[in-house]
Design a binder for this molecule. Structure first.
Ligand code: NAD
Ligand code: LMR
Length: 327
């Protein structure tokens, strides 16, 4: 039996937490051979800690063979102690009529403290995945606090957007979604994100020739993927939760699987014209568990370049809004 991985999860009593923890404990995130210890972190408010106790009771009642311990705490130093993975979900969700960037002032400060504490107390091989919105910029804030952990350890999630894009392409083409490959998300987890359809394939053929409708690809497709979060809020009255948890399982699972090719928001290295100070969605290839390289060199036409320029500008504007929060 392998030694257990310590997985810290913030916002563990929230909506996403409720869909996420059981998947981690069942082995969906780290595989069927990998035991885990869950280190559940909530805000220091009575209701949240009480709700968390209920969630922990349910985890116990599942009798998951891979779950080797549960820590519940509202003290981030305890929660992130020796964590191999820190999943930063805890933050306010947006409501109807809001953009994710409207959350920056409230949520950004959470990531200052958490970035600092993770850097101080997490394990030597610590990896961090940010989900709380606006995820790219919160990730940048957390990473900026770190002195020990390098920027590549901090990733933000755009996998939900990739999954959404894959399904939309499959529905349009009338094929099983497993036929759709290589659809990657560039830029911000916001309506400006760019699902780069020109590189996607369907049953091995270019998606552009199978779908053969560039007006749909440039218009309704990009719009549906970019605004899917708002559509869910409008329909459900609450932001996506189960699909977000599922995407985080996919994000981490792909990051621990050498050879996996997937979309992750990472610190820009200037590839695709992103400003080197922002965290932007890009295609990456996992090299060794927890490490990855950006895949360079996908060609971009004028439409793609203009979409990337717009999402890059939004990321730079968000950066300017939080410059006083950067360490
Ligand atoms: P929720 O309100 O149901 O749960 C959030 C939880 O975080 C609450 O239990 C709250 O007490 C806790 N929390 C707040 N501050 C905390 C702190 N400092 N430390 C620890 N816990 C803290 O919200 P949710 O639906 O679970 O969504 C969480 C976040 O994820 C939101 O910001 C939402 O917008 C975002 N989200 C991101 C994506 C994505 O694709 N990146 C998808 C869906 C949701
Ligand atoms: C999503 O994409 O569903 C989440 O980021 C929630 C939101 O605010 O849209």
């Amino acid at each position: 039996m392998k030694a257990p991985l310590r997985v810290a999860v913030t916002g563990a009593a929230g909506q996403i937490g409720y869909s996420l923890l059981f998947r981690i404990a069942s082995g969906a995130m780290f595989g069927p051979e990998q035991p885990v210890i869950l280190q559940l972190i909530e805000a220091p408010i009575e209701n949240a800690m009480k709700a968390l106790e209920g969630v922990a009771m349910e985890l116990d009642d599942c009798a998951f063979p891979l779950l080797k311990g549960i820590i519940m705490t509202d003290d981030a130093k305890v929660g992130f102690n020796n964590a191999n993975w820190s999943l930063l979900v805890g933050a306010k969700p947006r409501g109807p009529g809001m953009e994710r960037a409207d959350l920056l002032k409230d949520n950004g400060k959470i990531f200052i403290a958490q970035g600092r504490i993770i850097d101080e107390v997490a394990a030597a091989d610590a990896r961090v995945a940010v989900v709380g919105n606006p995820a790219n910029t919160n990730c940048m804030i957390a990473a900026s606090q770190a002195r020990r952990l390098t920027a590549d350890r901090f990733t933000a999630m755009v996998r939900l957007d990739q999954n959404r894009a894959q399904t939309q392409l499959a529905k349009k083409a009338g094929v099983d979604l497993t036929s759709v490959r290589d659809i990657f998300i560039y830029g911000n987890h916001s309506p400006t994100m760019f699902p780069a359809f020109a590189h996607a394939t369907i049953n091995g053929k270019p998606a552009t020739s199978v779908i053969n409708d560039s007006a749909w690809l440039q218009g309704p497709f990009c719009e549906t993927v970019g605004k899917r979060g708002a559509a869910i809020i409008a329909a459900r009255g609450a932001s996506s939760a189960a699909s977000a948890a599922n995407a985080l399982v996919d994000h981490v699972r792909s990051l621990v699987t050498p050879g996996a090719i997937h979309s992750v928001a990472v610190k820009s290295n200037g590839a695709y014209g992103f400003d080197p100070n922002v965290w932007a969605g890009m295609p990456v290839r996992t090299t060794t568990p927890g490490s990855y390289e950006v895949i360079p060199g996908y060609s971009m036409d004028d439409f793609a370049k203009s979409k990337i320029a717009a999402t890059n500008k939004e990321l730079m504007d968000e950066r300017a809004m939080v410059v006083d929060m950067l360490g």
